[in-house]
Design a protein. Structure first.
Length: 134
């Protein structure tokens, strides 16, 4: 499959893993593109099709987790997963099968976050690797 984002998005729902319906080859390839792919993925979180929303959510999860891994220096007791979960919660805990109003609020939060990606702990204005978008 081509790495062109338009092509990948057109095939987002193709060939789901039989054991993990949220994983498709396009999900993996889009996620590998990182934050630059998110402006095109976020609108799919509001799609009418459940599977499109499920796959778009998986892309968002993968990209945001990878971003947290690359932009955090967790304290001894705080894991990368904890930081990512806090970010997910602060952006509305999007769920592909949640009610439409909750999904739309979360999408708006993610769109806002994307303008200046940062960790919750960095909201106080700390400078450094955590506040630098990639």
């Amino acid at each position: 499959m081509s790495e062109d984002l338009d092509d990948l998005l057109a095939h987002l729902n193709d060939d789901p893993d039989p054991l993990h319906a949220d994983w498709t080859p396009a999900v993996r390839a889009i996620a590998a593109q990182g934050l630059p792919a998110l402006p095109r993925v976020l609108p799919l979180l509001a799609h009418d099709d459940d599977m499109t929303r499920l796959h778009a959510q998986k892309v968002l999860e993968l990209i945001s987790r990878k971003w947290v891994e690359g932009h955090s220096q967790p304290a001894a007791r705080e894991s990368i997963l904890d930081l990512w979960q806090a970010l997910w919660e602060s952006n509305g805990a999007y769920s592909w099968n949640g009610d439409e109003a909750s999904r739309r609020r979360s999408i708006a939060r993610w769109q806002s976050w994307l303008t200046e990606p940062r960790l919750e702990d960095d909201q106080e204005g700390a400078q450094g690797p955590a506040s630098t978008p990639s």
